[in-house]
Design a protein around this ligand. Sequence first.
Ligand SMILES: Cc1cc2nc3c(=O)[nH]c(=O)nc-3n(C[C@H](O)[C@H](O)[C@H](O)COP(=O)(O)O)c2cc1C
Length: 141
Amino acid sequence: MPERHYRCVYWSRQRMEGGPEQVAAEIESILSAARRNNPHLGITGALAIGRGVFAQLLEGKRYAVEMVFEKIQRDERHGEVQVLAFGPADERAFPHWPMARLEPGSDDQVRIVPIGDDTDVGATHPEARRLLDIVRALATE
Ligand SMILES: Cc1cc2nc3c(=O)[nH]c(=O)nc-3n(C[C@H](O)[C@H](O)[C@H](O)COP(=O)(O)O)c2cc1C
């Protein structure tokens, strides 16, 4: 039987120090780690960056998801990590994105940007819609 995919969803509180520029630089460094590591581990997913919180979905082979999540959990740029879901999943929610980023835009619109590709895909992209659904579900849980 082929190995099933695993999915991990958590949220956490941001613990980044300094002003907006320093926070933006930390977020860029998190995204660049994802860009560097996730593709060769076969990990895809999405990171929602809210005001003071992160919510992330990681998916891939179990060992890969566990390995990356272990590192993320120890990262001091956030804390109070709460796992909302960890287990097998039949299919990937974000097959094409090593890590998409979702964040509030200037006019309260949500911006969704697949990393490694600077086009804002907009909220009508099917994977973007799925991400919004997941984040919405997390917010109401
Ligand atoms: C909210 C959050 C999400 C992160 N997501 C990822 C990720 O998807 N992939 C990754 O490799 N590192 C991610 N990181 C960074 C890791 O904690 C760690 O710093 C990084 O993997 C170290 O990379 P290196 O082993 O190549 O030095 C994340 C960190 C935070 C705080």
